[in-house]
Design a protein around this ligand. Sequence first.
Ligand code: ZN
Ligand code: ZN
Length: 180
Amino acid sequence: MPHVFESAPTGRAKCRGCGATIPRGEQRFGERMPSPFGEGEMTLWFHPRCAAYKRPEAILMALAETPGDVPDREALERTAQASSAHRRLPRIDGAERAPSGQAKCRHCKQPIQKGTWRIRLVFFEEGRFMPGGFVHLDCRGDYFEGNDPREAMLHFSAGLSEDERRELMVAYGADRESEA
Ligand SMILES: [Zn+2]
Ligand SMILES: [Zn+2]
């Protein structure tokens, strides 16, 4: 079966990308794939925008194969194109302050100090997103090889308060960038 865009018939499915429930009547994207657990196929449900960040190739293929109206088609295409520009971008799962100093940065291998900002990573394997560790916020330039992770990072940081988001953007250097 091909991938699918549809209006959610129930409010029970959770988005694989962000973990939030997809309300009934909202647009959702179903990525079909062979079940890794045996026979048949399975469908992974996403908010279309979450899939554009985390499964860009799948949603680009689906958009190309879906001739009819897909809400926000152009925005989804733009997001997915940007995310597929570098193999590490779809790993972005948000930003957070390190709750302890135990994790090491995947890029520089140094510990991430407690309380400092880090970017969460996930890896897609056999139909699931697995925790993939963290990188220092300041290692983003090297880890993503110059690609800007900001949009996806903010998109998957819904758990942050307004104040925390402001602090994150200060740490990110957005102030400096906008002055430049
Ligand atoms: Zn989502
Ligand atoms: Zn680092």
